[in-house]
Write a protein that binds this ligand. Sequence first.
Ligand code: HEM
Length: 271
Amino acid sequence: ASQHGPERRMREALGTIHGYAGRIVRERRERGKAGGLASRSDFLSRFAASGEHSDESLRDVVTNFLLAGRDTTSSALTWFFWLVSGRPDVEDRIVREIRAVRALSSQGSTHPSPTFSFDELRDMHYLHAAVTESMRLYPPVAMDTHGCKQDDFLPDGTFVGKGWLITYSAYAMARMEDIWGKDCEEFKPERWLGEDGAFRPESPFKYPVFHAGPRMCLGKEMAYIQMKSVIACVLERFSFRYFGGERRPGLVLSLTLRMEGGLPTQVNKRS
Ligand code: HEM
């Protein structure tokens, strides 16, 4: 193998990632061995304790989860907070929903939990719609590429040859009138709500933010729980004011869709 150039840099980068993920696995294994209070019941600890998986295999699972689950949700949250900061009406509805859920569950309890339970988060339909709508316009995986294993035809008859790469852009699809109608460019959480106010999902082929078909995102439900939990906890206590100017922040297209220059924000305590 070459000691120079891209190969060497690749090897070094891989060493850094493997080192990081490997430490996480070793730590869980050691804690598991110590047993009792020191061991934890998280997903990885259970995997490690089962004794069925090698360190290398668990290291790759950890790497996969970090890549798939960290930058995606943080990209989604960044664009969400930017969109909502320009729409006080949406923010207001979210906060009212959070308070309604809170009021229902804290009846009779003097020390309500600072976070929200799974059931409480599930009851936040408007928030679910707002998060979904924000990812429609700013999909964390804005473009997704797959390789074609054998000659095939797309449903519309387009030929795709073996070995070809095919890319679709969820970002562009969100802005097509044919798909979403005349108001496609508008941030409109109501798009996702039925007349009863309940969230109404769409076909993943129309909304390919988590991909569609057999290789769809495995972490979709977990991603919603994480994002709704963060948003509900934060918006219950704070309001945000974006001060990056009137223009839309620049798009940075890497593996995930990031925001140029981050999200300059003033945070205020909610009264
Ligand atoms: C807003 C957050 C997320 C978005 C938008 C998202 C999006 C996607 C997309 C588009 C794919 C398909 C990639 C491809 O074409 O191969 C995918 C795959 C995957 N995602 Fe997510 N993801 C999110 C969060 C998560 C989280 C939190 C986890 C795990 C904890 C996760 C785990 C995975 C895994 C394991 C796959 C591979 C599935 C397979 O190839 O069979 N994702 N995700």
